[in-house]
Write a protein that binds this ligand. Structure first.
Ligand SMILES: [Cu+2]
Length: 322
């Protein structure tokens, strides 16, 4: 056994360390997953910044937590009642009082600083000339309309996408069709949010971001815009996150992030007349065409949503949407 005496405190610390190691290794988490501390994966730089903040907040909390556990367990284990003599008293110790008032105040200030700077980054908006796509989101009971106000085409020119003098390119959802919000990756996207009736909320879980959608936002002095960019191609479900009436739970949409080349082609198709119908290509028709032209597109060019399905409006139906 040697001369080393294992005190109850060191034994406890060893046990806690072993339990931590076992829980880390047995769950099979990667280093990245461990450092995410349960924060959901996302696809925007804004979400990555929030994740960094979360990771460092948890690390700081764990450091303080461990220190606190030691400070609590140490007297509990090593300083048990040894006799009837009153132990040394520490009240009215100004130095200690300064320490335990000062340190928490510094912690609050540091957390506040990083909360504000992260929030400023997430809510920052580029100047209009640096925006690549502007999309007007209209929420209504119980669906969504997406209108492309302007986008920069491959040549870098800003285009208001309309067919000759027709309306701007729009995608509207219905009870049988989930609306697809097709957006380019690696581009600055500006969202204008507006509701036609009650308060809704634009929520894409993989953006780690939601924002309430109000009717008449200007009249109520509400900030109804935000910007982000999407890191990679993919289909991401979107939801209404504000209880807005009977079919609120079915008010889903899908963000379809395509690379800029595919997005450009999509926008051209949306303004081109489809010979089969005599009307400009709808979102579904344009995506079908895109998939036929580019076999590597796969599910990204699916004409219907792949992350959710339309809500059955039959009130006797018992099924709910995904
Ligand atoms: Cu809603």
């Amino acid at each position: 056994m040697g001369n080393k005496r294992r005190t109850p405190a060191t034994r406890l610390a060893g046990l806690a360390g072993l339990a931590g190691l076992v829980s880390l290794t047995l769950t099979g988490c990667s280093a990245d997953e461990v450092l995410r501390f349960g924060w959901p994966e996302a696809v925007t730089p804004q979400a990555a910044r929030m994740r960094d903040f979360w990771t460092w907040s948890v690390v700081a909390s764990l450091v303080i937590g461990v220190l606190m556990w030691v400070l609590i367990l140490w007297p509990v284990i090593a300083h048990r009642k040894k006799g009837d003599a009153l132990p040394r008293q520490f009240q009215y110790n100004h130095f200690l009082e300064w320490i335990y008032t000062g340190i928490p105040s510094i912690i609050v200030v540091v957390l506040f600083y990083f909360t504000v700077t992260t929030q400023e980054y997430v809510l920052a908006e580029e100047a209009p000339e640096d925006v690549d796509v502007t999309v007007n989101v209209l929420a209504f009971q119980w669906n969504w309309q997406f209108e492309y106000e302007a986008y920069k085409d491959q040549s870098g020119a800003t285009v208001a996408p309309r067919t000759s003098e027709g309306p701007l390119v729009q995608t509207v959802g219905s009870s049988t069709e989930i609306p697809l919000l097709v957006l380019p990756t690696q581009s600055q996207i500006h969202y204008n949010l507006r509701a036609r009736d009650v308060i809704h909320s634009f929520y894409v879980p993989e953006f780690n971001f939601k924002r309430d959608v109000f009717p008449y936002p200007e009249k109520n002095n509400q900030d109804n815009t935000f910007q982000n960019s999407i890191d990679r191609e993919g289909s991401f479900v979107g939801r209404c996150a504000e209880l807005c009436g009977t079919y609120h739970s079915g008010m889903n949409f899908e963000v379809r992030a395509l690379n800029p080349d595919r997005f450009d082609r999509y926008m051209i198709l949306r303004r081109t007349e489809n010979d089969a119908t005599g009307e400009p290509y709808t979102a579904a028709e344009a995506l079908t065409m895109l998939g036929e032209e580019d076999s590597s597109c796969g599910d990204l060019c699916s004409p219907t949503a792949t992350t959710t399905s339309p809500f059955d409006t039959d009130r006797k139906s018992r099924t709910s949407p995904n």
